[in-house]
Design a protein around this ligand. Structure first.
Ligand SMILES: CC(=O)SCCNC(=O)CCNC(=O)[C@H](O)C(C)(C)COP(=O)(O)OP(=O)(O)OC[C@H]1O[C@@H](n2cnc3c(N)ncnc32)[C@H](O)[C@@H]1OP(=O)(O)O
Ligand SMILES: O=C([O-])CC(=O)C(=O)O
Length: 375
């Protein structure tokens, strides 16, 4: 075999520059276009953060007004898309539904093949506006509930919750939801964003790149972990069962979902902000039992393995408390991360190089094809 160093999983390998976000494990910080994510979560709407990721600057008041007006007009799903979603089995994973919806939106967009920055910004905004309705529509149809149409008098987060539950959410709930959207929006070269950039690097279209990214996000080692956290909580039941459950899981060498990170090794920069939002939801819904389970599990696991919670750990229980069903959690992540993905697709297009790494062959040596002798 050739003697070449292998960077399995591309761990620790810088593959390109990005000006979109900076993940710094040394200072445990995350900047979007230079702004600390905690400050954005404290002061900005998700609409402003989306604009920031795409354009590199926060919007002026006029830009924000024009963008939010456009977003509100772009929320409703076309009858074609609704029909295609309806044709999918209710047992389909919601991530498959969202992935299909993006594909359908792309196939119906006359601009799909126009790979200019202006056209890709327009497509990014279209997906941003439509994805909440896709996620809410699918959750309601799976539960046999009537569809709730979007309302133009509500902001992004208020409307998302309105379409999901058919009632106006309390301001504290809207705020916690907004915080989750801001925190999930962008995280440099994570697996799904890298997937989007690989697809974009072939000069394929933006919708294809987002569709691929959704597939990458679905896995439990990435976005799917927010769902997996709730499955773990359901198995454990309550705080007093954490120790025996962990004894068993660790003896079986199971990965504990919602813990660990490829880049952060001393904790995820976003967890304190998301955990504070979760604690506000615990208070709002009167679910101290969930906080006990959450804290006991985190303390035990960190004490035993020194591996810290990632963003999915507080996000999963937050979405559960709000009333989302577990399979909807990763699609919520999609609705947020579509901002980061599309910003990266445009950044890749602007300074493109085909992404095509090398492999080291370790199969059988060259050999001769046996020639069959006809009898
Ligand atoms: C928004 C996001 O996508 S955040 C990530 C969400 N994913 C999860 O929560 C899934 C659970 N976590 C994991 O699987 C991992 O921590 C990953 C995939 C996120 C990061 O993995 P890597 O950087 O490749 O670390 P790696 O998997 O090599 O782990 C190093 C060691 O820690 C262990 N480890 C890491 N995370 C965990 C975990 N969650 N549970 C148990 N052990 C773990 C590994 O088993 C490995 O142990 P070993 O050296 O004895 O083999
Ligand atoms: O950065 C990563 O590898 C995963 C992650 O936290 C994210 O995508 O938000």
């Amino acid at each position: 075999m050739e003697e070449k160093e292998i960077y399995k999983g591309l761990a620790g390998v810088p593959v390109d520059y990005t000006a979109i976000s900076k993940v710094n494990p040394e200072t445990n910080s995350l900047l979007y276009r230079g702004y600390p994510v905690q400050e954005l979560a404290a002061h900005c709407s998700f609409e402003e953060v989306a604009w920031l990721l795409w354009y590199g600057e926060l919007p002026t008041e006029e830009e924000l007004a024009a963008f939010t007006a456009e977003e509100r007009k772009g929320r409703a799903l076309s009858p074609t898309l609704k029909g295609i979603i309806d044709s999918l089995p209710k047992s389909a994973h919601p991530m498959d539904v969202v992935r299909t919806a993006v594909s359908v939106i792309g196939a119906n967009d006359p601009e799909t093949e126009t790979n200019t920055e202006e056209s890709n910004l327009a497509k990014s905004k279209r997906l941003f506006a439509a994805l909440p309705a896709v996620v809410a529509y699918d959750q309601r149809r799976r539960h046999g509930l009537d569809v709730v149409e979007p309302r133009e008098d509500l902001d992004y987060s208020q409307n998302f919750l309105w379409m999901s539950f058919g009632e106006e959410a309390a301001p504290e709930v809207v705020d916690a939801f907004r915080v989750s959207m801001v925190l999930y929006a962008e995280h440099s070269f994570n697996a799904s964003t890298f997937t989007a950039r690989v697809i974009a690097s072939t000069t394929s279209d933006l919708y294809s790149a987002v569709t691929g990214a959704i597939g990458a996000l679905k896995g439990a080692l990435h976005g799917g972990a927010n769902e997996a956290v709730m499955h773990t909580f359901a198995e454990i039941g309550s705080a007093e069962n954490v120790k025996p459950w962990l004894d068993d899981a660790l003896a079986q060498k199971k990965k504990i979902m919602g813990f660990g990170h490829r880049v952060y090794k001393n904790g995820d920069s976003r967890v304190p902000t998301m955990q504070a939002a979760m604690e506000r939801m615990i208070e709002h819904y009167g679910r101290q039992d969930m906080l006990d389970l959450y804290r006991t599990m985190a303390e035990e696991f960190v004490a035993r393995k020194g591996i810290h919670p990632n963003l999915d750990y507080p996000a999963g229980p937050t979405y559960h408390l709000m009333g989302f069903d577990t399979p909807t959690f990763t699609p919520l992540f999609v609705a947020s991360r579509v901002t980061g993905w599309t910003a990266h697709i445009m950044e890749q297009n602007a300074a493109n190089a085909l992404i095509r790494p090398l492999s080291v062959y370790n199969g059988v040596d060259q050999r001769v094809v046996p020639v069959r002798v006809n009898s």
